[in-house]
Design a protein around this ligand. Structure first.
Ligand code: BT5
Length: 322
């Protein structure tokens, strides 16, 4: 019997009473042990009333605890193991440590990251209220196709944000999720690989969920879900939906990647725009013309030459042309 199972029962019966006797009997433990679990849940912020009728959960805290993320999660393998930390330097750094031995679909969460990272060693601001998460995936694909995991993740988060909140989400190449011109989510995928096989992919997802953006520099052009909706959202529900969509998109990685690519293109906030591309070897401007099958962005320079960009930064210069 685990605490997780008791929480699961209380969550399913949110707002109704369950007798202590019934809980004790169904999990084969004493009533005193049930009471101990209830107290530890209360200490975490769950509001649980106790009376002669038993226990009644009346308030779910906005926590990314293992219990809350797993209760009602509808996946086969993503999120079977969930590890939650109050604070970590970076969920990606921690995930890479455990990835070689972790099971496929393991999820790491932190309420706060002290040194969250973006691409190219940039800092990712990760205060309380966001979703800072890494998912360890072990798809059976060659390392050359690892970019597919990244595309699948952006499509998955976009599907989740749209499905849950009706937010129109665009994907800015390579994989920033935008509401209008503002960034709501960043994704950083890191891999471990042998010559011919991918050992693991750590997909780091940072979603500005319930964040007040006053502390964010204006020039980051960031937004948050709560800022867009004017209300806070349940982060546990958000994580669940992202994990469900991730699993679906993962299954499409090998079976029907065309569908992911099609959706990635259809959701692209970059195609058709004038962009500035910044790579390690320099920068240039042009018009973003197409997304290619290997994830490259095809940019037509002003002198007519087409450039395939596989890695780098892309700055949107003007709104999409009609
Ligand atoms: C990204 O990098 O967009 C990838 C961010 C991935 C973060 C997740 S959180 C869980 C996991 N663990 C980690 O340590 N990381 C991953 P990039 O495209 O390089 O964008 C970074 C830039 O975005 C920064 O230089 C800032 O300008 C801006 N920025 C930083 N924090 C932000 C935030 N919370 N929201 C919006 N923009 C932000």
């Amino acid at each position: 019997m685990s605490r997780e199972e008791i929480t699961g029962v209380l969550i399913r019966k949110l707002g109704s009473w369950t007798s202590g006797e019934e809980l004790a009997a169904s999990f084969g433990i004493s009533r005193a042990a049930v009471w101990k679990h209830v107290q530890s849940l209360r200490a975490e912020g769950y509001e649980i009333e106790a009376s002669r009728r038993g226990y009644r959960l009346s308030y779910l805290p906005d926590l990314l605890s293992e219990d809350l993320v797993k209760a009602g999660l509808n996946t086969k393998f993503v999120g079977r193991t969930v590890i939650s930390h109050p604070s970590l330097e970076s969920t990606n750094a921690e995930a890479k440590k455990i990835a070689p031995t972790a099971e496929n679909g393991t999820v790491l969460l932190a309420e706060v990251q002290t040194t969250g990272r973006g691409r190219m060693e940039r800092a990712w601001h990760s205060p309380k209220g966001g979703v800072w998460m890494s998912v360890i995936l072990k798809p059976k694909i060659p390392p050359a196709l690892a970019f597919r995991v990244n595309s699948a993740a952006s499509v998955a988060v976009a599907r989740a944000l749209e499905g849950l909140y009706g937010l129109g989400v665009g994907i800015k190449w390579p994989n920033d999720l935008m509401v209008g011109e503002k960034k709501v989510c960043g994704i950083l995928t890191e891999i471990g690989a042998e010559m011919d096989s991918l050992e693991y992919a750590v997909v780091g997802i940072g979603i500005n969920a319930n964040l007040d953006l006053d502390s964010f520099p204006e020039d980051w052009k960031a937004t948050s879900i709560s800022g867009e909706l004017g209300r806070k959202v349940s982060r546990a529900k958000l994580v669940q939906r992202v994990l469900e969509e991730m699993e679906r998109a993962c299954e499409e990685i090998s079976a029907s990647f065309d569908r992911v690519m099609g959706e990635w293109s259809a959701r692209s906030a970059t195609l058709g725009r004038r962009v500035k591309i910044i790579t390690r070897s320099g920068e240039f401007e042009g018009r973003a013309e197409a997304l290619e099958a290997d994830g490259a962005l095809l940019v037509r320079r002003d002198d007519g030459i087409g450039e395939r960009v596989l890695a780098g930064d892309c700055v949107h210069l003007r709104p999409a042309e009609e």
